[in-house]
Design a protein around this ligand. Structure first.
Ligand code: SAM
Length: 219
């Protein structure tokens, strides 16, 4: 398999950063070089974000790994992802939840939704469905979800996402404009919401009805 040595090297460094065996196994399998534009193929296993066009990026591998670990993904879950980008994060989650699980991934930019669909098709992740829409208000059609993964930074936690999270569910999302933090949001079985700040991050903005304004870039 192509780039196997580079991928193993990356996985080894993620292991040293304390990433779980489950996530490492998935990251060893998913071929990141098939999710980046061809001019960046040779840098696919460097642990950094890369441009995917349209002013967007594929997240750094360590960020994808941390988010998967914090989500505590389990076999067979129903997942909502907001911000498909290249489809890589969705592929890693699909590897972890297995064939019985399903991922609904929402992307607002059509060229990227198509890019992700092609990438997921050629790598064989048929349980990831890419939907072209503003996902800032979630995707109530198939909710509630066991897990929600938001990969763009919101001004605040969108209320519809809280409603679409199952009791016992976990959501992870970056929040903030100039200064962003990564939050884990948990919904208890009785519906109580708790929010834990996991520290500073840098993501592209969530743009839409419950995100930032498309034209001003602010709330
Ligand atoms: N997870 C992606 C990957 O593995 O390549 C990286 C996602 S990138 C950091 C964030 C994505 O969120 C961009 O593709 C952007 O277009 C998308 N996005 C921003 N606001 C959105 C919204 N309201 N609904 C859906 N997608 C949105």
């Amino acid at each position: 398999m192509e780039y196997e040595r580079e991928r193993s090297h990356l996985v080894k460094s993620l292991k040293e950063q304390g990433i779980s065996e489950r996530t490492l196994k998935a990251m060893k399998k998913v071929q990141r070089h098939l999710f980046v534009p061809s001019i960046h193929t040779s840098r696919a296993y460097v642990d950094s974000p890369l441009p995917i066009g349209h002013a967007q990026t594929i997240s750094a591998p360590h960020m994808v790994a941390i988010m998967c670990d914090l989500l505590d993904l389990q076999d067979g879950q129903r997942i909502l992802e907001i911000g498909t980008g290249s489809g890589y994060n969705a592929a890693v989650m699909a590897e972890i939840i297995g064939k019985k699980g399903h991922i609904y991934s929402i992307e607002r930019l059509e060229p990227l939704a198509n890019f992700a669909r092609r990438n997921l098709e050629k790598t064989g992740y048929s349980n990831v469905e890419v939907i072209l829409a503003d996902g800032s208000g979630g995707y109530p059609e198939h909710g509630p979800y066991d897990r929600i993964c938001v990969t763009a930074s919101a001004p605040e936690t969108p209320k519809p996402l809280l409603e679409q999270l199952k009791p016992g569910g976990i959501m992870i999302l970056p929040e903030g404009e100039a200064f962003q933090n990564l939050f884990i949001v948990r919904k208890s079985m009785s519906g109580e919401i708790t929010k834990e700040n996991r520290g500073g991050v840098i993501f592209v903005p969530l743009v839409g009805d419950y995100g930032f304004n498309m034209f001003t870039g602010h709330r």
